[in-house]
Design a protein around this ligand. Structure first.
Ligand SMILES: *Cc1c(COP(=O)(O)O)cnc(C)c1O
Length: 381
């Protein structure tokens, strides 16, 4: 049996006719940039996530970049974020000449630890009053589960900082009656093909309840202009094109059904692992009581992880490590002077985690095969 980490072919088959029709309509209209589909998708994503505004941009990375710019982050400013995330989170901060300040994660959820956020702010606040070098907090909703936003928002209010959610992996994720992207000041989504709502290329979106921030992002995506050829700000060329928007709109209608499939598959894995009795060898994902995870990834912690991966690969089972090297240890961030051992939970997670196939079309038989193969690996000793 073959179990790929992700197989988008089945999903494509189910929407092919409708998608091709919409793509043809865009081509026939010859309107490719900032047209009807982008505007409609913006309203639909705003409604879906419960935010007042949504602004389509060229990628999830650009969503982060423009959100940070809208928050006024610039050269020398500090932004607190997690070291255990995809590179774009911290890369966007650094590209603006700002400094990512990494704080450790909660070992159960892998999301940023609010106590660590507060500790860093407290330390700096002892210095000169009113000269806080921090400009924003950038939590990531990793693998499909929201960070501890109540605690983070509370700290942010206390120190007067905006909160930008990196919701690239978590569209539709629930948190205390709210949804990812509408809990902080701004939310950033990605439509990269492997995300839960993926286009046929790159795309992204910024959500917010603030008309001011929405207006800024709207300007920043067209080189900082409101009136063509008159530039109030230096922005970027970062627009969500019509072909992507048309494809994503077709998929958005099915997103909740696909998410349900992921949640059901996760529950099935949980039950299979429990039955296999692998305590002490495999830890299944932990979801907080007030959270609804959309399982962009189903990530286990595993003993002898790298050997397990090789074993699974030989059995035709795909897996991946998100992420093998904590961001504070990346070569490009050497100038930030973090020492190995300084963020131990993130470093430990990088050595232990691995993602198993979780896409909605995965069959029960495939999941049984995955768990049986894992159990067989540990029985070998
Ligand atoms: C995918 C991802 C991004 C970047 O999105 P792109 O659309 O690929 O630019 C940012 N942050 C996280 C956590 C992601 O998973």
């Amino acid at each position: 049996m073959k179990v790929p980490l992700l197989d988008l072919a089945g999903q494509y088959r189910s929407i092919r006719t409708e998608v091709l029709k919409e793509v043809k309509t865009v081509c026939d209209s010859q309107h490719y940039i900032l047209g009807k589909n982008c505007a409609a998708l913006e309203s639909e994503i705003a409604a879906y996530s419960g935010a007042r505004f949504a602004v389509g941009v060229a990628s999830g990375t650009d969503a982060l970049l423009l959100a940070l710019m809208a928050a006024g982050v610039g050269i020398g400013d500090k932004v607190i974020t997690t070291p255990f995330t995809f590179f774009a989170t911290a890369g966007s901060i650094a590209r603006l000449g700002a400094l990512p300040v990494f704080v450790d994660i909660d070992p159960r959820t892998y999301n940023i630890d609010p106590a660590a956020v507060e500790a860093v702010l407290k330390k700096s606040a002892k210095g000169v009053k009113g000269l806080n070098p921090f400009k924003a907090i950038l939590p990531v909703h990793l693998y499909g589960q929201c960070a501890d936003m109540a605690a983070i928002n509370k700290i942010a209010r206390k120190y007067g900082l905006p909160v930008i959610e990196d919701a690239a992996q978590s569209i539709g994720a629930g948190y205390k009656g709210k949804k990812a992207g509408a809990i902080g000041d701004m939310g950033c989504f990605s439509f990269y093909p492997t995300k839960n709502l993926g286009g046929f290329g790159d795309g992204g979106m910024v959500t917010t309840n603030s008309p001011k921030l929405a207006g800024l992002v709207r300007m920043l995506r067209v080189h900082g202009s409101k009136k063509r050829y008159y530039h109030d700000l230096v922005g970027a060329n970062s627009r969500l094109d019509e072909l992507q928007a048309a494809v994503i709109r077709v998929k958005l209608k099915r997103l909740d059904a696909w998410t349900d499939g992921r949640i059901k598959n996760a529950a099935r894995y949980d039950a299979l692992f429990e039955k296999a009795g692998l305590e002490g060898k495999v830890a299944v994902p932990y979801v907080e009581g007030n959270c609804l995870s959309v399982y962009n990834q189903y990530v286990i912690r595993a003993k002898k992880r790298d050997e397990l991966r090789a074993h699974l690969s030989a059995q035709g089972i795909g897996s991946e490590i998100y992420y093998p090297l904590s961001l504070h240890q990346q070569k490009c961030f050497k100038y930030l002077s973090y020492k190995t051992g300084s963020l131990p939970e993130s470093e430990k997670a990088a050595k232990q985690v691995m993602a198993l196939p979780i896409y909605p079309e995965l069959s029960a038989a495939q999941q049984k095969y995955v768990v049986a193969s894992i159990a067989a690996f540990y029985e070998k000793g």
